[in-house]
Design a protein around this ligand. Structure first.
Ligand SMILES: O=C(CO)[C@H](O)[C@H](O)COP(=O)(O)O
Ligand SMILES: [Fe+2]
Length: 245
């Protein structure tokens, strides 16, 4: 059993009112997803370390940093030191996976491995035990508001089987195009952590949008359970944060 978790992506928030956006989902969102982009790994630029520090001070919700940068070996630990509770690095960008995951953990954060839609998970089988989270991109990274790639669904199902068969302690996350029309397919395929930007911050009531997405996932996936305690009553460092039930 695993907890169904919804992570609103700050990339879709109003950049002039980021604190308000974070507060709009506080107590409803499990974590906040923060996309870090460097104009090199992806053709877009977002969320410096200082922005993470600032966001960290405005919300109780744990931060999940998704590093879409050319040199995660050099910068990943800094995001953990700035207060990210999870730092995810891209398989296509990392050079020294063992050292970089160790540095992230030493700075006190969980760590995730992200793969683009065409990157096979099988390539990293021997390293999966170093991670807490596996992120399967359901769009080509770089921009929000793209269409969910349904062709990734078999990859999600295969990853779910792999995690279960090997007994890996790994949350399975997807990112890109998650909305009311796609969340159920993904949940049924085996996802437990759903990043959603446009579907949350494009809604009239972002907090309610989070609850609706979680309810949809729970409806179709019996393996998923609701959060053990309301996200509002938890804090970073609390072992209950997002723990599988
Ligand atoms: O990593 C990302 C883009 O590379 C974002 O997390 C993604 O944009 C989420 O936004 P949406 O839900 O609108 O697709
Ligand atoms: Fe992301």
């Amino acid at each position: 059993m695993a907890t169904a978790q919804i992570y609103p992506s700050m990339l879709a928030a109003d950049f002039g009112r980021l604190a308000d956006a974070a507060l709009a989902v506080e107590g409803r969102a499990d974590w906040l997803h923060v996309d870090v982009m460097d104009y090199h790994f992806v053709p877009n630029l977002a969320f410096s370390p200082d922005a993470v520090t600032a966001l960290r001070s405005t919300t109780q919700t744990p931060l999940d940093c998704h590093l879409m940068i050319e040199d995660p070996d050099r910068w990943a630990a800094d995001y953990a030191e700035r207060g990210a509770a999870n730092v995810t690095i891209h398989a296509e960008a990392v050079s020294d996976l063992r050292r970089t995951t160790a540095a992230i953990r030493a700075a006190g954060a969980r760590t995730g491995l992200a793969v683009k839609p065409n990157t096979p998970v099988e390539r990293y089988l021997d390293d999966l035990h170093r991670f807490d989270l596996l992120l399967l991109m359901t769009i080509e990274p770089g921009f929000g508001g793209q269409k969910f790639m349904t062709e990734v669904l078999p990859k999600i199902e295969a990853a779910r089987r792999l995690i279960d068969d090997r007994g890996l302690d790994l949350w399975l996350q997807i990112d890109g195009g998650v909305n009311e029309n796609t969340v159920e397919q993904a949940a049924a395929a085996g996802v437990d952590v759903f990043v959603a930007g446009t579907a949350v911050f494009g809604a009239d009531d972002p907090g309610e949008a989070v609850e609706k997405l979680r309810a949809q996932a729970l409806r179709v996936a019996p393996r998923l359970t609701p959060p053990a305690s309301p996200p509002a009553s938890r804090s970073v460092g609390d072992p209950a944060v997002g723990d599988p039930a």
